[in-house]
Design a protein around this ligand. Structure first.
Ligand code: FEO
Length: 167
């Protein structure tokens, strides 16, 4: 059985993961409007992955006898000026999510909830991967600068991202 504190914290994280999906869907819409199909595809895959993260926590709360309580999802931004600006926001967002996961892990350890700490370890590793993947795109965009042919090549590359699998 989860403590009330853990249930509240997991519910907050479910909200944060669904917001992440919303955030990336907004970026998907932005890239759609710019006809950058590869960037757009990457964002759609990212949004789907975030919903899988939310559902992984959702299922865990149920499994441990807690009640999932859903809350309002905040409105995401809608406008950016460049792919560089979008991916700077993605990296900042993922760094923020890493902080939230670390806080959850700290709480699980404080509560002596070893099952939750074990469960959260997957998310700790996932955030390392997310930050690394996004950081690589940020670096490439920095190299590309205002070179539209470079942007086109990266668009092709991002368009090959495979759909996420259930974690
Ligand atoms: Fe669910 Fe991108 O962290």
């Amino acid at each position: 059985m989860l403590s009330d504190k853990m249930v509240t914290a997991f519910n907050d994280q479910i909200n944060a993961e669904i917001y992440s999906a919303y955030f990336y869907l907004a970026m998907n819409a932005y890239f759609e409007s710019k006809s950058l199909a590869g960037f757009s595809h990457w964002m759609r895959m990212q949004a789907q992955e975030e919903m899988l993260h939310a559902m992984k926590i959702y299922d865990y709360v149920n499994e441990r006898g807690g009640q999932v309580v859903l809350d309002t999802i905040a409105k995401p931004p809608a406008r950016w000026n460049s792919a560089q600006e979008v991916f700077a926001d993605v990296l900042a967002h993922e760094q923020k999510v890493t902080g939230l996961i670390n806080e959850l892990m700290n709480l699980a350890l404080d509560e002596r909830d070893h099952a939750s700490a074990g469960f959260l370890q997957w998310f700790v590793s996932e955030q390392v991967e997310e930050e690394s993947n996004v950081g690589a795109v940020v670096d490439k965009l920095q190299l590309i600068g205002a070179d539209t042919s470079g942007l086109f090549v990266l668009d092709q590359e991002l368009g090959t991202r495979l759909p996420p699998t259930v974690p």
